[in-house]
Design a protein around this ligand. Structure first.
Ligand code: FAD
Length: 464
């Protein structure tokens, strides 16, 4: 039903819960669309964290890779990442199996990728740098300059109005204090590492949070010189045949490396230690290296499905708590969802129906459907990486294959998968619609698979 109250107008108040990328990007676009509409709205971001702090307390816990697409989109929006935030410029991806490794390069010859790494908070716990290098703080400061207010207090709950069209009450404050903020629009950009997600799920408007798994990450100080000598400017992605791991990478910062592990199920510190002790990983670390006693480590959640019904009248949820690209480029997904939902709020209103048609349906088309292709591709990749000989055969072909065109096409598929440069759907069809690539890889894969099964049988006979 159309309700003329459910539109933003002069002096409307917007409350954004969460000052991570989704919250800051929403504020950025809301400011833009309000200016275009010639109305003044007051926008307040609530966040319980200050990104000026070092370690997990000031950090939204991620590997910190800014994809090339996002970099370009930020530039177009006039959001220029300052040099003090940039930890490293990434040139290539190194795919490392148990026995082989290959450097994957950008598919366009001569193109210099614009992939950056950043710290989300103010760097690792115990790091000695001066100043604030946080990417999330930079984004928050960007929107502050547009007049957006930031309140560093926790949001404890929300009260939806009993009469349609009335404002939503945001209850916030530290300790026992309970303050109320009446909002004409509430934006839930609270991510998946927060209790408020569950309380919103209990509000009976149909929101079901995404399913998540616990990942494990740590920052290790190795020094710039050692990092450049050993890793170059490349993100390392590991295919070590470990069944508990879905994705393992080392991302380079200036003086630190970030180890990120995503599992099939919840991971713990033991998985991290196990990974760091793998001979292939040990070979990349300095001789005699031991894990320091105090180091920066976090267990954070990653969404593995998308949310159901992340909207109602005057309330929209975005970012990780809603819908994002499976296992890749979460910050870029937050950017797109913030733009879509802000556009909807200013052009079509803040009713449930407006968010359904203007935000969630297009978001599902863009990301959820694409994730289906992603999951198929990741499952195939999971199988390949779990079979030592198969993983080696693929890497060897990219490196030494006689048919360089096929080798380049394989490089392109993997580059796009790892860098998140192209939609999963495009990667999938580019692969299956390429008879030359499929015809070449099928016999190589079958032969490697056969040899792997022989190895498995031999190992089984030796055991019993
Ligand atoms: C291991 C791992 C590696 C990743 N690597 C990358 C990568 O390299 N590149 C990439 O693009 N993405 C990566 N991601 C994904 C990325 O971290 C997320 O997609 C992104 O942070 C989502 O942004 P968001 O704003 O939705 O949520 P968040 O970044 O989680 O921000 C939510 C904010 O809400 C605040 N908040 C929560 N509850 C409350 C409350 N009750 N009151 C006030 N404030 C509150 C929090 O303090 C936080 O600041 C990775 C994720 C994981 C787990």
């Amino acid at each position: 039903m159309h309700n003329k109250n459910l539109f933003l107008k002069n002096d409307s108040k917007i409350a954004i819960i969460g000052g991570g990328p989704a919250g800051s990007f929403f504020a950025h676009f809301a400011f833009r669309y309000a200016t275009e509409a010639g109305i003044h709205v007051s926008i307040t971001i609530f966040d319980k964290k200050s990104f000026c702090q070092k370690g997990p307390r000031g950090c939204n816990m991620c590997a910190g890779v800014i994809s090339e697409n996002l970099f370009n989109e930020l530039e177009e929006e006039g959001i220029h990442i300052p040099p003090f935030c940039i930890q490293r410029k990434i040139e290539e991806y190194c795919l490392q199996s148990q026995d082989e490794s290959v450097l994957l390069h950008h598919p366009v010859p001569g193109h210099i990728p614009k992939i950056l790494t950043v710290f989300r908070g103010n760097g690792p716990l115990l790091s000695s740098h001066q100043g604030n290098v946080s990417f999330d703080d930079f984004l928050l400061n960007h929107v502050r300059k547009q007049g957006i207010e930031v309140v560093f207090e926790v949001v404890k709950g929300l009260k939806l109005p009993s009469k349609r069209g009335d404002p939503v009450e945001v209850i916030y404050g530290e300790g026992d204090v309970k303050k109320v903020f009446d909002a004409d629009l509430v934006v839930g950009a609270f991510g998946v590492n927060t209790g408020i997600m569950e309380s919103v799920a209990n509000m009976d408007f149909g929101y079901k949070p995404p399913k998540t798994v616990r990942t494990c990450q740590c920052e290790i100080m190795l020094g710039n010189e050692y990092i450049e000598k050993t890793f170059g400017n490349n993100v390392f992605v590991f295919e070590l045949g470990k069944r508990d791991l879905k994705f393992a990478s080392i991302t380079l910062k200036t003086d630190y490396i970030t180890v990120s592990l995503v599992g099939r199920q919840d991971l713990t510190r033991n998985n991290l230690m196990d990974f760091l002790n793998h001979p292939v990983v040990r070979r990349l670390m300095p001789k005699e290296w031991v894990m320091p006693k105090g180091f920066c480590m976090c267990i954070s959640k990653i969404p593995v499905t998308h949310a159901k019904h992340p909207f109602t009248d005057r309330f929209v949820i975005l970012g990780d708590a809603s819908i994002s690209r499976a296992y890749k480029s979460g910050i870029e997904s937050a950017f797109h969802m913030a733009k879509l939902s802000a556009y909807t709020a200013f052009k079509n209103g803040v009713s449930e129906r407006a968010f359904m048609n203007g935000y969630f349906k297009p978001a599902k088309k863009l990301l959820a459907r694409d994730n289906v292709y992603g999951i198929i591709m990741l499952k195939i990749n999971d199988y390949i990486t779990s079979q030592r000989r198969l993983a080696n055969a693929h890497i060897k072909y990219i490196k030494y294959g006689k048919d360089r065109k096929v080798a380049d096409q394989m490089n392109e598929v993997l580059w796009n998968m790892l860098s998140g440069n192209t939609s999963y759907k495009k990667i999938f069809y580019k692969f299956v619609n390429n008879p030359r690539l499929v015809c070449k890889m099928l016999p190589i894969s079958m032969s490697a698979w056969g040899r792997q099964k022989m190895d498995d049988m031999k190992a089984w006979r030796e055991t019993y």
